[in-house]
Design a protein around this ligand. Structure first.
Ligand SMILES: [Fe+2]
Ligand SMILES: [Fe+2]
Length: 290
């Protein structure tokens, strides 16, 4: 894997400049990792490990989400006039498709029943891309922490952790690309259209926050028979991973993992600030015992 050097600290890059645009596309292409989901060495799992894997409630939701995200991202490449940035979005679309293929390979290998949804067709290229991107900013942040906790607790055997590690890192790249793309996209608009773009982004972020607050509020309440919804699993998963972890600890781990994963990339790229900012603010007010 070739990674753009992360030690360039002296330069700052004007968002929307030709250099920012070039770095945005090039970092993404340079850090792509080759793997073929159908050829991954799925490890043999002990009965108990298999039962734990099958008991996770999110497989169907994960397959549905990847179907929406992969088709949304692949279509959104058409938004881009710049060839390099367009190529990067096409590559992200390919990677999201690969996540969907990986889930199919995994669930069929371990005989986890899932239904393959019909191919998702986006209605609005830009709005759907923004919605999927901001959703990933939330989901990936929590997934980083949950993955680390599952690794530490041994919930996922090390062999399976190894298979999923590149997927986690790919999601870090996706959100890094996305936050820079949003700023780049806005900078390309005439000044009088920028406020409306900001408002649209704020509306989408609020929708994503509201959906996660709803899930957070339902945490701790009795679930309906059948285990309830598996949506926003990243917010409830720490209860499923067989490890005692407070919300405070979860946020701490998420922040640490987010920083560690982002540290791999060129420091001239803007870092995601929204979700780590919310998590950092929550950490200050939530007692350690919660
Ligand atoms: Fe994905
Ligand atoms: Fe992604």
């Amino acid at each position: 894997m070739s990674v753009v050097p992360a030690n360039i600290e002296s330069e700052t890059l004007a968002v929307g400049s030709a250099e920012h645009r070039r770095l945005l596309g090039q970092f993404f292409l340079d850090t792509h990792v080759e793997y073929v989901p159908e050829q991954l060495p799925w490890p043999a799992l002990a009965e108990a490990e298999l039962a734990r894997l099958r008991s996770l409630p999110f497989w169907q939701e994960a397959v549905s989400t990847e179907n929406v995200t992969s088709n949304t991202v692949a279509a959104a490449a058409a938004l881009e006039a710049d060839a390099l940035v367009r190529k990067a979005i096409e590559l992200q679309g390919f990677e999201e498709m690969r996540h969907a293929r990986l889930l199919v390979a995994l669930t069929s290998h371990y005989r986890i029943p899932v239904e393959l949804p019909p191919r998702f067709t986006p209605r609005s290229l830009e709005s759907d891309f923004l919605f999927a991107g901001f959703g990933e900013c939330f989901d990936s942040f929590f997934a980083f922490g949950l993955f680390a906790l599952a690794r530490e607790s041994g919930f996922f055997p090390p062999t399976l952790v190894k298979v999923f590690e590149p997927v986690m890192q790919e999601e870090a790249r996706h959100i890094l690309f996305f936050v820079n793309w949003v700023k780049y996209r806005r900078s390309q608009l005439p000044w009088w259209r920028r406020p409306a773009f900001r408002l649209r982004c704020a509306g989408i972020i609020l929708k994503q926050v509201a959906s996660r607050v709803k899930t957070a509020r339902s945490m701790g309440k009795p679930q309906p028979a059948g285990g309830g919804s598996s949506e926003n699993f990243t917010l409830t998963a720490h209860q499923e991973l067989g490890t005692e972890v407070t919300l405070h600890r979860l946020l701490e781990v998420c922040l640490g993992e987010n920083e560690r994963r982002m540290a791999e990339y060129d420091t001239r790229l803007e870092r995601p600030r929204l979700v780590p900012g919310i998590a950092g603010a929550l950490l200050k007010v939530i007692p350690r015992s919660v």
